[in-house]
Design a protein around this ligand. Structure first.
Ligand SMILES: [Zn+2]
Length: 83
């Protein structure tokens, strides 16, 4: 295998990964900008950062995540609410 083939195969492997990453990044970016959570305990409204949103546990229900309230520390299922 010569140098060009190696580069081409590397591109073929990494390009879809990079595109997938950019797609997810953009999706999370939009979701964090247009949604918020309301804590069921203290009623405070808060937004998640991109990384918090990306790693928030899915509960199986659509538009619901397991998140931690930054105000009172409560951790549990909260619906994703549009701003
Ligand atoms: Zn709270």
């Amino acid at each position: 295998m010569n140098q060009t083939n190696l580069v081409v195969s590397l591109i073929q492997i990494f390009l879809p990964l990079v595109l997938a990453f950019l797609f997810v990044y953009k999706y999370v970016d939009i979701r964090t900008k247009t949604t918020h959570f309301v804590c069921p305990l203290c009623r405070s409204r808060f937004k998640l950062s991109k990384s918090q949103f990306a790693f928030a546990l899915k509960t199986g229900a659509l538009n619901e995540r397991v998140v931690t309230c930054p105000a009172c520390g409560y951790k549990g299922r909260m619906p994703i609410i549009k701003d």
